[in-house]
Write a new protein. Structure first.
Length: 101
């Protein structure tokens, strides 16, 4: 069956990573979103989760970046923040300083 289709993937059709990158920067709106997602996912998420995760004592903080490669930036970021909040809650520290209302 694949020989009949040539190099076309039978599940999602013709396409490649090169085509995906080209389409990510086709117009100003796509360009802006593509830059935001790329910078956020490839630079900011790993830096923030690894540096802050080690400081907070989270084991294997690099896994949040790895999960973003298979899910999404938003899921990895939300998962990291939920982990930080869970650790804070289990440690018994208040969410705001005492005396501040």
């Amino acid at each position: 069956m694949l020989s009949l289709l040539g190099n076309v993937n039978p599940i999602w059709g013709d396409g490649s990573w090169a085509q995906y990158i080209d389409l990510m920067f086709t117009d100003p709106a796509a360009n802006s979103a593509g830059q935001d997602y790329t910078i956020g996912n490839v630079i900011l998420l790993p830096l923030m989760t690894i540096i802050d995760g080690r400081r907070r004592g989270i084991g294997r903080p690099w896994l949040f970046f790895v999960s973003s490669l298979f899910t999404s930036f938003a899921f990895a970021w939300a998962f990291y923040l939920a982990t930080v909040e869970r650790q804070r809650r289990l440690a018994g520290t208040p969410s705001h300083p005492q005396g501040v209302t």
